[in-house]
Write a protein that binds this ligand. Structure first.
Ligand code: AMP
Length: 290
């Protein structure tokens, strides 16, 4: 396994491989966990070369957010990556990614206005910008993302389509702890009490999913129930719990078609996100009833 810091060296390798080698790419901010590993393993299965990037991207953090204290543990990440079968860890310095005089940013309009984009203005411009830069450097055939960051995945897919980027985006399901909490590098911030409290997030999502599956179609009612369940947990501070159209991410009033139910909740210093997708098949029936 090679460790490459230099942007030009990384790009040099990718240009040399061209179409002779199928490159799989997993962009991360490090502090690797089983969720990242599930993406890496899939990439190893489907490609000749797997590149993992570890880069805590400063431009996707707002002022007052956790850029400085974001968990970093390169040695541990290196061991995990090696074990997963990664060929190259690409870990550029931020000064090389954004040198003096840097001026270009990518904005995926509309999709960034909802959910996390609302609470974290500028976040998705930072994400889209770093991802397109990484794509241009690593030049992957396949790139792997997690459903946990649903909005991010949808924004990247749209960017790739709009800007004709020759990469296949693969979205893999959320990897969870045994008790249901979605794995996240930010789980490291949780105290033991907060870790226990954090279960309210996946549990509430599951509750709401069960309600929908058993026929509940009233978004207002489901929304009030979810808010109440989360607010009943004293260590939880709700950012949002939203029912949105899976394609446009716009809030919905009626449950029909492909829906994303997504939430962000603070537990102490950790802002955790989670979601589920659901297809409502009985659209006609719902429209009649509503
Ligand atoms: P991050 O390092 O948090 O920026 O995440 C890097 C990639 O791993 C993103 O595509 C995430 O969506 C994905 N990821 C993070 N957590 C999980 C998880 N629990 N299951 C699957 N993928 C994940």
């Amino acid at each position: 396994m090679k460790i490459i810091k230099s942007v030009s060296l990384m790009q040099g390798y990718s240009l040399k491989w061209g179409d002779k080698k199928r490159i799989g790419f997993v962009p991360t901010m490090g502090s690797l966990h089983e969720g990242h590993v599930s993406l890496l393993r899939k990439a190893v299965k489907e490609n000749d070369i797997v590149v993992l990037s570890i880069f805590v991207n400063p431009i996707q953090f707002g002022t007052g957010e956790d850029y400085k204290k974001y968990p970093r543990n390169f040695e541990r990440d290196e061991a995990i990556a090696k074990n997963a079968g990664v060929d190259i860890i690409f870990c550029p310095l931020w000064k090389d990614m954004y040198p003096d005089g840097y001026k270009s940013y990518v904005e995926v309009r509309g999709l960034q206005d909802y959910l996390c984009g609302k609470s974290r203005p500028g976040h998705f411009v930072g994400v889209a910008t770093v991802v397109i830069k990484l794509f241009n450097i690593v030049r992957p055939h396949n790139a792997y993302f997690g459903q946990k960051d649903a909005q991010q995945s949808i924004i990247i897919r749209q960017m790739v389509k709009d800007l004709n980027i020759p990469v296949c985006i693969k979205i893999l399901q959320t990897f969870r702890e045994k008790d249901g909490l979605a794995m996240s590098s930010r789980n490291n911030y949780l105290s033991q009490k907060e870790r226990e409290a954090a279960l309210v997030l996946p549990k509430t999502l599951l509750d709401i999913k069960k309600d929908i599956l058993s026929g509940e179609r009233n978004v207002g009612l489901l929304s009030r129930k979810a808010n109440m369940l989360i607010e009943n947990e004293p260590l939880a501070r709700l950012d949002y719990f939203s029912f949105v159209d899976e394609k446009t991410l716009a809030p919905i009033e009626k449950l029909s078609g492909d829906i994303l139910v997504a939430a962000a909740v603070w537990f102490g210093a950790a802002r955790l996100i989670d979601n589920f997708k659901i297809r409502i098949k009985d659209a006609k029936k719902i429209n009649k009833r509503n």
